[in-house]
Write a protein that binds this ligand. Structure first.
Ligand code: SF4
Length: 342
């Protein structure tokens, strides 16, 4: 059965017309889904009982089945394992900060990119998620936080999968969540994180959207980057950075570069200098975060001291840089740790 979250408002309106219902019923259902966070047909008390029954018989509300939830020891991070309708698994993570609730969601079950330090990459690609399966992850947490009179403030597409490898479904999901008549989640509160699929970056630049873009860079020269991120063979560092410059020129928006610092691999003075020279003059920000451990990779996190030195070099070249806190490591909810096994 088709997922209700796979429909946008015009699909739902067309369905109402097909069923001989007035179009305003679509708006009532839309409000129920995205303003009230109702997630099964019987809850839609704003429509006639007969239409509720028809909805339940023809559309699937249950996109995700909760399999397991883990809370970090500090209670600030929640990792949820969901089963999809076909039995595949995905994970999503909620990170609570003082004034923010950031949600990290998946766009694919598994991932085809094979980044060596990433648990999702180590498990391989299973399939793309539909737009509705992406939307449903946000709705799950929106509903949960609504119960605490709280709300999601930011959504990062940084969970399982490469968002640009599932470009159309991923952006359709963002558009659905952004709909002012529904959930109305501002475009600027989304961040897409890509490993660097250059044609998709160019396509995204041409769309001139307000969504934030982050690039998982992790190494500044081709030899090292290819050894960590196989995609670099296809889209080498300089080609990737040229696409980033074009994106900045076309959109006027800043790019973030993500850098997982691995002890004596990419936390060296040499890498910092190459990186700083390549980013000089670019409207960008570098986020450095000590590597999160995974079973399939022997590299380990850098030390605080080496991270500080790395930052100082970037500072010296005038490159804005922040050392990020690692979150949820004890429940394997950190970047690169999502592998749909708990
Ligand atoms: S880091 Fe991202 S792109 Fe790379 S394998 Fe993991 S999920 Fe895929």
């Amino acid at each position: 059965m088709r997922l209700i979250y796979d429909l946008n408002l015009s699909d739902l309106s067309a369905l109402m017309i097909e069923w001989g219902e007035p179009v305003y019923r679509a708006h009532q259902i839309w409000q129920g889904l995205y303003r009230q966070f109702w997630n099964f047909a019987e809850q839609f008390t704003n429509i006639p009982n007969s239409l509720r029954t028809r909805l339940a018989e023809n559309l699937e509300f249950n996109a995700l089945t909760l399999a397991t939830t883990l809370n970090s020891s500090d209670g600030q991070t929640v990792k949820t394992l969901f089963k999809l309708q076909d039995g595949k698994s995905i994970e999503a993570v909620l990170m609570r900060y003082e004034k923010r609730n950031t949600l990290c969601i998946s766009t694919q079950a598994g991932c085809a990119m094979g980044c060596v330090f990433c648990a999702t990459g180590q498990m391989g690609f299973k399939r793309h998620l539909s737009s509705g399966e992406i939307v449903a992850q946000v709705m799950y947490y929106a509903h949960m936080l609504h119960g605490e009179t709280n709300f999601v403030t930011n959504v990062v597409l940084m969970g399982m999968g490469e968002p640009f490898h599932n470009y159309d479904n991923m952006l359709a999901a963002i558009d659905r969540l952004n709909d002012p008549q529904g959930y109305n989640f501002g475009a600027r509160r989304f961040t897409i994180s890509t490993v660097g699929l250059v044609p998709a970056i160019r396509r995204f630049a041409a769309e001139k959207r307000q969504i934030n873009l982050a690039i998982s860079l992790h190494a500044a020269d081709d030899a090292l980057r290819t050894s960590m991120l196989p995609v670099n063979k296809r889209y080498p560092v300089d080609e990737l950075l040229a696409a980033c410059r074009k994106y900045i020129a076309d959109t006027g928006r800043r790019i973030s570069f993500e850098w997982a610092l691995i002890y004596k691999v990419n936390d060296t003075r040499e890498q910092a200098v190459i990186l700083a020279r390549k980013l000089k003059g670019m409207h960008c920000h570098v986020n450095i975060i000590p590597l999160n451990p995974t079973l399939g990779y022997s590299g380990r996190a850098t030390t605080r001291e080496r991270a500080e030195k790395f930052k100082q070099i970037l500072d010296g070249y005038g490159i804005p840089c922040t050392i990020r806190l690692r979150r949820g490591i004890d429940i394997e909810a950190g970047c690169g740790q999502l592998a749909s096994v708990i």
